[in-house]
Design a protein around this ligand. Structure first.
Ligand code: PHE
Length: 444
């Protein structure tokens, strides 16, 4: 059997995992859902969700990957073997892995289309945005109503992702992350300095950090919980897969905390880039999904240095999307490599092309499922149902089927912290997730 690939360094692993976590979710979605739900109180709930739901699942996933050295399906199979109780139930664990792999296929198919939008806007930024508000907003309307254009960018994106995954863990994923992540952070800091010094920062800060609880409803809480997952790339085995390439002694707790903090900080920084620009132009923050592709380009046309800022901004968005897309493809490919004994080359090409073809459906808004476009439909079923369900199964398998002693030996936490952690994983995280899932299914 060929040797499992490994990360070349700890920092390589951290950057790749953070690269997966930091994506369109942080820079596109987080600011707009924060805007829609009125700011501070939503951010607070989101932060609580990161700590009590996101972090425990991240730790569980990395633990499972690192100790089993397998893809999600193989890993869950392995975990269920050690189970002392619920033996029959434990046998079903691999289903959670399949759910993850399927989520990977579906998410990448539409994620690549949206990532393609960022490329289109990067391209437009080089020419610069000008004209009236209607002219500028027409760019997005034009893109969205021209499937061939969306398919073109989707093709470009998938080709890049496939090329990186073909090169493997060290030369592909790790190398790309080591280049793209530092660049991403630099661009973000530069943009933030610009934003903060050009007015609107105080209002933006207040908006994001002063909680107004009157704006917090059940829907906002569910959104915050759901987003905590999506943004940390949890519930579909990315962290299991990336954890399975660890060879070094590494502290699972420390790495999980670093990855979560990086992801959260970058989301908050993205807010501090976007909201000051919006507020200093006298607009409201609640414009929803079109914030990035309509509102911002209109503002970029007005502000000083706007054309440079817009190139940097869409480059940032593209880098973030690319490192996330890489992780999505890797999960699916490595399942075929491990479980079906395919070569990486065959796996990457067959899986990559299949997902590419499926993605074309998301690039044709006229095709609908019920009343929704395929893109919205896939976004809905994966982020609202499949990921929370995958996360719930992961935490249950971790907290109930894996012998507690094994976890204790690996995590090496002080006693009181360890037992608090176990109870969070056994009760708090699952209850929060069951609540989300039941709510979504419409039972509550
Ligand atoms: N975390 C990524 C983002 O914030 C999305 C993602 C979800 C990536 C699940 C991989 C797996 O955009």
């Amino acid at each position: 059997m060929s040797q499992r690939e490994v990360w070349n360094s700890k920092i390589g692993f951290i950057l790749a995992a953070a690269g997966s976590a930091v994506g369109l979710g942080n820079i596109w979605k987080f600011p707009y859902i924060t805007g829609v739900h009125g700011g501070g109180a939503f951010v607070l709930v989101y932060l609580i969700a990161i700590v009590f739901v996101g972090l425990p699942i991240m730790i569980a996933e990395i633990y499972i990957g690192k100790t089993t050295l397998k893809n999600p399906v193989g890993a869950f199979k392995e975990c269920s073997k050690g189970s002392n109780y619920f033996k029959k139930l434990a046998k079903l664990s691999p289903a959670a892995g399949f759910l993850g792999v399927l989520s990977g296929v579906l998410i990448l198919s539409f994620y690549s289309v949206v990532a393609g939008w960022t490329l289109h806007f990067l391209f437009l930024s080089f020419k610069g945005f000008s004209g009236t508000k209607e002219n500028i907003e027409a760019h997005f309307n034009h893109l969205y109503s021209t499937p061939s254009l969306m398919i073109l960018w989707h093709t470009v994106l998938m080709v890049i992702v496939i090329a990186i995954i073909l090169r493997g863990v060290q030369k592909g994923i790790e190398k790309a992350s080591k280049i793209l992540m530092p660049l991403l952070i630099l661009i973000l800091l530069a943009l933030m300095s610009y934003s903060v010094f050009n007015g609107g920062a105080e209002k933006a800060f207040k908006f994001m950090f002063y909680p107004d609880f009157s704006k917090l409803d059940e829907e906002a809480i569910i959104q915050a919980l759901g987003h905590a997952f999506f943004t940390l790339s949890l519930g579909m085995g990315v962290m299991i897969t990336y954890g399975s390439y660890l060879k070094d002694k590494i502290s699972i707790i420390k790495s999980s905390v670093i990855i979560s903090i990086m992801d959260t900080l970058i989301a908050l920084l993205a807010g501090m880039v976007i909201f000051p620009i919006v507020f200093s132009s006298g607009l409201e923050a609640s414009s929803g999904p079109s914030l990035i592709f309509k509102t911002l380009p209109t503002l970029f046309a007005k502000i000083t240095g706007g054309s440079v800022i817009s190139v940097m901004f869409f480059l940032l968005l593209f880098f973030a999307a690319l490192t996330s897309a890489i992780s999505l493809l890797e999960v699916v490919v490595v399942y075929f490599v491990d479980e079906r004994k395919w070569s990486r080359k065959k796996g990457t090409i067959v899986v990559g092309i299949s997902i590419y073809l499926l993605g074309i459906l998301s690039a044709i808004p006229k095709i609908t499922v019920g009343k929704e476009s395929v893109l919205d439909f896939l976004d809905d079923i994966t982020t609202k149902y499949m990921l929370p369900l995958g996360g719930l199964l992961t935490i249950l398998i971790f907290a109930y089927f894996i012998p507690i002693k094994a976890i204790k030996d690996e995590l090496k936490l002080p006693k009181y912290l360890f037992y608090s952690f176990v109870w969070i994983c056994r009760v708090i995280t699952p209850v929060a997730l069951i609540w989300v899932v039941l709510n979504k299914v419409g039972v509550l």
